[in-house]
Ligand binder design. Structure first.
Ligand code: AQP
Length: 335
């Protein structure tokens, strides 16, 4: 196939920092499967990003395997897409060094995720936490990805990756594709069920704040029953109604109905009934993922076969880009 006819390339990754949340699923991972027919997709469990926060090694290993199985359970087909574990392809770290040399200290200092995580982990503000967005730029640029499906919280990092690509191209000649963010219109930022101004996060200390995609139905129902709402009584999407807005968004994503239709469906109903309906819809929505995950976790040999193949394909594809970038910079060829 001539280069001009090539399918567009998609890259995205998720950290193995725990079971994916409903936010990860709705904002990112559930959108990855449907892209596989139209694009060349590359999806990664980004374990190198995960060590920017101190991790128990055994736990990281376990969560990486679980994360990989979850990706497949969420509909990613390792035959159609390249699905691999980041540390299995050394080219990300190699390119990251190069890109770090065209990234300014000031740019990294402005990243809100760095500021948030530095505040949260004040005893370990390591250099990796600071340069995390450079590695993320390398993840994307090493495949010359055209688009990156992410949640809204990654918008700033993607913008930086674009700036790095443009700067490299200006300095060394046309090299990297400048990637576009692909952010869903609804569900790009699912909020905590307990503090609905904050994003839903894997590592929230309050277990009622987060729906994990492997939660069973009873747990899901309990968490929604306890979800924070407001002192109003109307189920409508409006300024200042963060809790209800979040629940409407979740219901809309789980059922595929538009927000106005969801508002109509619950007109005149109470918050209690609404929360139960959201819980039921989410439990049904996540059930196929739980079932498929359990099946996959019983077949470790298959998982290993998939990530080995994924790593080899990822390496081959990224190596072409890295070699070209090295030449552009002026590194001497050895072959
Ligand atoms: N609440 C969210 N709503 C919509 N999208 C979200 N994403 C994350 N949270 C939400 C998207 O999920 C993808 C993978 O995210 P990540 O691996 O960067 O990790 P995280 O889940 O964002 O990290 P957490 O939840 O904050 O975990 P901890 O607590 O361990 O740091 C991304 O595309 C992200 O946009």
């Amino acid at each position: 196939m001539a280069d001009t006819e090539r399918k567009k390339v998609i890259f995205s990754g998720i950290q193995p920092t725990g079971v994916f949340t409903l936010g990860n699923y709705v904002g990112a991972v559930r959108n990855w499967g449907p892209l596989q027919d139209e694009y060349d997709c590359i999806y990664s469990i980004v374990d190198q990003h995960a060590i920017t926060v101190r991790k128990d090694p055994a736990k990281l290993r376990q969560q990486t395997v679980e994360g990989y199985a979850l990706l497949l359970a969420c509909g990613i087909d390792p035959k159609k897409s390249i699905v691999f574990i980041q540390s299995h392809n050394p080219n990300h770290a190699q390119l990251s060094w190069v890109l770090g040399c065209v990234t300014q200290f000031g740019e990294l200092s402005r990243m809100t995720q760095f500021k948030d995580k530095a505040a949260k982990h004040a005893d370990d503000i390591n250099a990796g936490l600071f340069t995390y967005p450079v590695l993320m730029a390398a993840d994307i640029l090493t495949y010359n990805a055209d688009a990156v499906p992410i949640g809204d919280d990654q918008r700033q990092h993607l913008e930086l990756a674009r700036n790095i690509a443009v700067r490299f191209n200006q300095r060394y000649g046309d090299m990297f594709t400048v990637p576009e963010a692909y952010i869903p219109k609804v569900g790009a930022r699912i909020k905590s069920l307990q503090e609905p101004t904050k994003k839903m996060s894997k590592s929230d200390e309050n277990p009622n704040a987060t729906i994990y995609i492997l939660d069973d139905k009873d747990t899901i129902m309990r968490k929604f029953r306890r979800a924070v709402t407001d002192s109003d009584t109307e189920i409508r999407f409006a300024e200042g109604k963060d809790g209800i807005n979040n629940l409407l968004t979740i219901y809309s994503c789980a059922t595929g109905k538009g927000i106005p239709d969801c508002e109509k469906e619950f007109a005149g109903k109470g918050y209690g009934d609404f929360k139960l309906a959201v819980g039921e819809a989410v439990a049904d929505y996540l059930e196929p993922v739980r079932t498929e995950y359990a099946r996959l976790m019983d077949d470790r040999a298959y998982l290993k076969e998939c990530w080995t193949d994924g790593a080899q394909r990822a390496f081959r594809m990224s190596n072409k880009v890295l070699t070209k970038a090295y030449r552009k910079i002026g590194f001497v060829d050895y072959r």
